[in-house]
Design a binder for this molecule. Sequence first.
Ligand code: SF4
Length: 445
Amino acid sequence: MYSVGIITLGCSRNLLDSEIILGSLKRSGFKIVNVEDGADVCIVNTCAFVKDAREESMDVILDAIQLKRVGKVKHLVVCGCLSQLYKEKVAEGPLREVDLVLGTNDFPKISLFLKTLKKGDNRTAVSTRLNYLYDENSPRFLLTPRHYAYVKVSEGCSNFCSYCIISHLRGNFRSRSIESIIEEVNKLSKTGALKEINLIGQDTTSFGIDRYGKIVFPELLRKLCRLKNSVRWIRILYTHPAHYTDELIRAIRDEDKICKYLDLPIQHISDRILKRMDRHTTKIDIMALVEKLRKNIPNIVLRTSIIVGFPGESDRDFGELLEFLRQTRFDRLGAFLYSREKLTKASEFSGQIPEGVKKARYDELMKLQQQISSEINRSFLGREMDILIDEKVEGERDKFLGRTQGDAPEVDGGVYLTGNGLKIGEFCLAKIVDTLEYDLVGEAA
Ligand code: SF4
């Protein structure tokens, strides 16, 4: 049977798809290896959310084609969002050495395709009906360290923000069942090594609206907290400011296992721009939500995402955004330059902003956030905090990197740790002895 290796690009949702791909291949008898060490089959699981991501995907595919030319790889498979967007074109022209193209609805059938794959094949299987939803029986080959895992509560999105192509890549919003998610968490935590689950989707706060006719995210959270297992942290990612309920806020406040951390992408604050983005929320609503979260959930850490340079964004809109961020002081912030995406409403809008202006606004905003982040980090000096230890710092003796409850894996900063008896995948209590712009320095007690 072939040996198979995978290269995953993009977000944690794509990483989870890669885990299902490897899980189903392993179950079918394929050997899972690292591509760098040579593999019969190299799979590139691509991202296509914005132009930069597509270019990165193309570069990685071209690198994999080089591996094929030097005989390090026999067959090349491309899957994920770029395949869904470009379909058979992913195996044409300079990419014609791609043997198999699979869409975001087709990757679960990968074993069947690989078993019949022959040299020189040039096959494409990209469904346009996007309804795939994994469940508790989907085999997963975890690609995260054993102590944390992602759990997708839903797939696709039906919010149709005017700048976003996700619904074209992943289909309309569809929730899993509560029972399926609970069963999956029971399976994932069987080893006792799992300490943290990160709940993901395109819009986790809408969980259940399609399947149960109403949002039941708080109910799911409370049921997950009741499970007797090794999990100490349940983290909520990818929320939508328009879909918070008081019941959700109460659940986050009341349940110790739920991280006092929220990923709350607002994208902008000017009502004019929020309207053009079809964000279905307003400045007043967002300010009220932030105030309510901070009032009801002590020490809540808020992460947000911002798009700068959206079509029609005036100096005044940008000034309003900067002033709001100066006042609100988000703990974590990721900013993105607006990317004009075909298939989206906003790509036809007037008032497209020159790249230079976008970049200047991005730099100004990130400079402000760097300042805010440094100041917020300094407030942790001297405090004792629970740290989940993720890894050893390469090339450093007895130095580890971990995270507080306020740091999501792979996107936020961390805590550089020293101390005795530190173990990867375990918690320790550490005193914060120094602070950096985005990271902390701690000494384990
Ligand atoms: S909420 Fe908006 S930005 Fe997020 S995936 Fe859905 S459509 Fe895209």
